[in-house]
Write a protein that binds this ligand. Structure first.
Ligand SMILES: [Ca+2]
Length: 481
């Protein structure tokens, strides 16, 4: 009898241990999204005029992806796709090209599973801090304008799965230029009136609550640190959407003159300091190594040239800094500079350290990968363009990235990447409308021509045909709706 009990006890221990090995762990997840940070802006991606030791630490202690793509080449398209796992152009509420207007309706359909909701359903505490730019309120379409004088700002971040929000409606330069926390403007008392002015203008009850641009990045970092400090026993998902280094380039006074390429480099270095503060807060809390930290950017960097000298980007260029590295194009464009961004993931013991992979991944894949990470099966009605890349992130042998990926520029031009090939399809334009130089049929072999200099459209008809069909069939997929 005794031996039976001992045997049972050993069996139970063994069963429990096997069960725990099979049960997915629930790490904290901190997703830091830079705004307009280019492929060449970090030391770990080749920058020499800008020093980014804290972000580079993520590369040293985690995995660095060299073929990570945003689905859009501007802000709100990528943000929607990141938080929904769906190409933004499938969403009829999204503008067909470009970004969402400040004050436009919430982009997320009711009842659609989102990245924060995925975590929330699993007992996570969820927070979004920083730039929202995904709309608030409900309206007939993206041209509607929200009435900011309502008592509560809703539906908004809290209606799509975040327990907590603190930040700005959109860009620092957009109205309203004062913070809201959860569903209310910070500091607004009963009776305080928010006045809707002409065009996008929104006047607060007192001008004192308008934020100063040079303070916004620091405020976002402070709130992120505070959230980590106050976190309880449940795991958390923290989405930090910094405004840096988006135009206007406004480094805080204490950070100016620190880089070797002027204010733009100072701004990037300021962001690096904020990442350092977030890592330090995780470390102090004793949870750094139980946290998956992801750092990436919502689109490529702003690049200027001699014909259009936009400061301080011009100064950075003249100082030898290459915001998009050796890639062609920039934010807005269909070329690689518009979409290829730094992507770093650190989770000790789970994601290999000091590893670089050139497998193709997209920001749309974060949702399916996180679902796999916490052991959740996504419903068929969610994240239809998201691929589970957890085996690749974990460095499993022979794990691959995406087979193909669709890009859409701010000008409405589509491209598809499959393997090393990238096809850009000419967009139809209205009669009399001027066709932009980049709106042409193009095919590039990125393995031999990463800067997209040799158009192979004419000499590779079979590849052109295959990729056009692939693009068309992907566009026609009905998705989850
Ligand atoms: Ca952006």
């Amino acid at each position: 009898m005794l031996s039976f009990r001992i045997s049972m006890s050993i069996f139970c221990c063994l069963a429990a241990s096997l069960a725990s090995a099979a049960t997915p762990s629930k790490p904290n997840v901190v997703l830091i999204l830079a705004d307009d940070l280019g492929y060449g802006d970090l030391g770990s991606y080749g920058a020499t005029k800008v020093s980014t030791p804290n972000i580079d630490r993520l590369a040293r202690e985690g995995t660095r992806f060299t073929n990570a793509y945003t689905p859009g080449s501007v802000c709100s398209p990528t943000r929607y796709s990141l938080l929904s796992g769906r190409y933004f152009w499938r969403n009829p509420m999204h503008p067909p090209t470009g970004v969402l207007a400040p004050g436009a309706p919430l982009l997320f359909e009711e009842n659609r599973m989102t990245l924060p909701q995925l975590f929330k359903n699993q007992g996570y505490s969820t927070a979004a801090i920083g730039k929202w730019h995904l709309g608030v309120g409900r309206g007939p379409d993206y041209l509607a304008r929200y009435d900011w004088n309502q008592d509560e700002i809703r539906p908004g971040p809290l209606e799509i799965g975040f327990d907590y929000f603190y930040g700005m409606a959109a860009n620092v330069g957009n109205e309203p230029a004062f913070y809201f926390e959860n569903r209310r403007f910070v500091g607004r008392m009963k009776g305080d009136v928010v006045t809707m002015g002409r065009r996008e203008k929104v006047e607060p009850w007192t001008p004192e609550v308008r934020y100063r641009p040079e303070e916004v990045g620091g405020e976002i970092a402070r709130k992120a640190v505070s959230f980590i400090e106050q976190s309880g026993n449940s795991p958390f998902f923290l989405y930090v959407a910094t405004n840096i280094p988006h135009h206007d380039v406004t480094p805080a006074p204490e950070n100016t003159g620190k880089s070797q390429c002027g204010p733009y480099g100072d701004f990037v270095q300021e962001l690096d300091g904020h990442v350092g503060q977030i890592l330090a807060a995780l470390e102090k809390k004793g949870v750094l190594d139980q946290t998956l930290v992801i750092f990436t950017s919502d689109n490529g960097g702003v690049v200027t040239d001699a014909s259009h000298r936009l400061e301080p980007y011009w100064q950075a260029l003249q100082s030898g800094h290459r915001i998009c590295g050796a890639l062609r194009g920039r934010k807005h464009s269909i070329y690689e500079g518009g979409f290829r961004v730094p992507f770093l993931a650190r989770w000790p013991g789970q994601i290999p350290a000091a590893r670089t992979t050139d497998e193709v991944i997209g920001l749309t894949d974060v949702m399916a990968t996180c679902a796999a990470l916490i052991g959740v099966s996504l419903p068929d009605t969610a994240a239809e363009d998201s691929v589970n890349l957890l085996p690749l992130w974990r460095g499993e042998a022979a794990a691959k990235g995406r087979e193909h990926l669709v890009l859409k520029s701010a000008n409405g031009i589509f491209a598809v990447r499959e393997g090393s090939w990238k096809l850009i399809e000419q967009r139809e334009i209205a009669p009399g409308q001027k066709r932009e130089p980049e709106n042409n049929n193009q095919l590039y072999d990125l393995s031999s021509d990463p800067a997209e200099t040799q158009n192979r459209w004419e000499d590779q008809p079979e590849i052109v045909l295959r990729l056009r069909r692939l693009l068309e069939s992907t566009q026609k997929q009905s998705g989850a709706q």
